[in-house]
Design a protein. Structure first.
Length: 149
């Protein structure tokens, strides 16, 4: 397996990574993904792709380094997904290990992610990877602003 941090403008973000990311984030379109890339990159958003021996993208991670008062610095994983056909093959573990290396190199005190409450298979994986539930995440949906407001 080959794991690659993709740089802004890399065509593989759309051709390779986005199809895998869509398995986790089906609401994304190419247009909305490009908009997130443009806005998120200055905020530290990056993407990492995992490729199998045949050169097929089988995993994707979106992540950023974040300074916080609670833990000082953490590597926050926005997205972590293995292509359905490649699950249980070590892709997620390899991506997490790669991200942990980035976190240690950046002097982070923790590697963190949120996982939807319905994603019980993912939760079992995170527990196997020695991650712990340390907080509740609360969201409040907001109304969309009218165009031109």
């Amino acid at each position: 397996m080959k794991i690659i941090d993709l740089e802004p403008g890399d065509s593989r973000l759309l051709s390779d990574l986005l199809p895998v990311l869509l398995e986790l984030r089906p609401h994304l379109t190419e247009e909305s993904f490009l908009a997130v890339l443009a806005e998120g990159r200055p905020q530290g958003l990056r993407f990492t792709a995992a490729y199998d021996a045949d050169g097929t993208c089988v995993g994707a991670a979106g992540w950023r380094l974040v300074a916080t008062t609670s833990v000082i610095r953490k590597l926050y994983v926005d997205d972590l997904v293995t292509a359905a056909a490649s699950r249980s093959g070590g892709v997620g573990r390899a991506l997490l290990a790669h991200l942990e290396e980035h976190a240690v190199a950046a002097d982070c005190t923790t590697l963190a992610l949120d996982s939807g409450t319905h994603r019980t298979d993912a939760h079992r994986f995170y527990f196997r990877e020695r991650m712990a539930v340390t907080a509740f995440s609360f969201d409040k949906p907001l109304p969309a602003r009218a165009a031109g407001s």
